[in-house]
Ligand binder design. Structure first.
Ligand SMILES: Nc1ncnc2c1ncn2[C@@H]1O[C@H](COP(=O)(O)OP(=O)(O)OP(=O)(O)O)[C@@H](O)[C@H]1O
Ligand SMILES: [Mg+2]
Length: 230
């Protein structure tokens, strides 16, 4: 399998007034195509920061990211946006569906914004796969938490991204809905050949991934023992 995404010596320092936070500390990691990775770590350990840097949503203080063989820092804003639109899907920690549009319209929006030919058969398939067919004409306020998360996942898959980043897609859900969303993410990754990198607090669910990475105070570890060292 080939490497689709890699980062070398990635660090991120946030400065706020006189205070600085080292959110990521020299992280080196790579991801093979069509694999499902879960990143685990305590609140504040740098998980969201890492996803934002890997997906080109934010820039590192130092270090490099290669996405689909392209070094992100070598691209101008327009090139970066084009690369992200072509290859990246992102499910945010909070629900980001637009309230004035139906589920179906929300899912179509990224393709419309990107001037793509609408593949209605594919969107219908996404709706069926993610169990949203009966809710396709609902507005976001008519959905349960799990349905909202599934709609966000369907929307981010609508452009057929090479890599889907999901920041705690099951974080707001009860255990049963969380399991369902996780299973559907796993199914989608296999069915649509998508590399998935998700963040979770749920070690049990994470164990169903191809790989688990542990973040501890901005440092990445591949071993659980390091994660629980303190
Ligand atoms: N924009 C910002 N400005 C200043 N500090 C920030 C900013 N974003 C994040 N941080 C800090 O960086 C650290 C890592 O934050 P991050 O959001 O990546 O953690 P997280 O692991 O995703 O946490 P959670 O599980 O609560 O979502 C935290 O100490 C946080 O306060
Ligand atoms: Mg976070």
């Amino acid at each position: 399998m080939s490497i689709i995404l890699s980062a070398t010596n990635l660090s991120k320092v946030y400065s706020h007034r006189n205070h600085t936070t080292l959110a990521l500390n020299n992280v080196t990691v790579s991801f093979e195509e069509n694999t499902f990775t879960t990143i685990i770590g305590r609140s504040g350990s740098g998980k969201t920061t890492l996803l934002h840097l890997l997906s080109g949503l934010d820039k590192p203080t130092s270090g490099v990211v290669y996405l689909n063989h392209c070094q992100l820092s070598s691209l101008n804003e327009r090139e970066l946006l084009a690369l992200r639109r072509k290859h990246v899907g992102f499910v945010f920690q909070e629900n980001t569906l637009l309230n004035e549009f139906t589920v179906y319209e929300n899912i179509m929006l990224p393709c419309i914004i990107d001037n793509r030919t609408l593949d209605t058969a594919y969107v219908d398939d996404l709706l069926h796969t993610l169990g949203l067919w009966d809710q396709k004409n609902y507005y976001p306020h008519q959905l349960s938490g799990g349905q909202m998360q599934r709609a966000c996942i369907a929307r981010s898959l609508s452009t057929r991204p090479t890599i889907l980043f999901a920041d705690e897609p099951t974080g707001q859900l009860d255990r049963k809905s969380g399991c369902e969303v996780f299973d559907l993410l796993l199914l989608s990754s296999r069915k649509y050949n998508t590399t998935i990198i998700q963040v979770s607090h749920d070690l049990k669910l994470a164990q169903m991934s191809d790989r688990i990475l542990y973040l501890n105070d901005g440092c990445l570890s591949h071993k659980m023992e390091d994660f629980y060292a303190d």
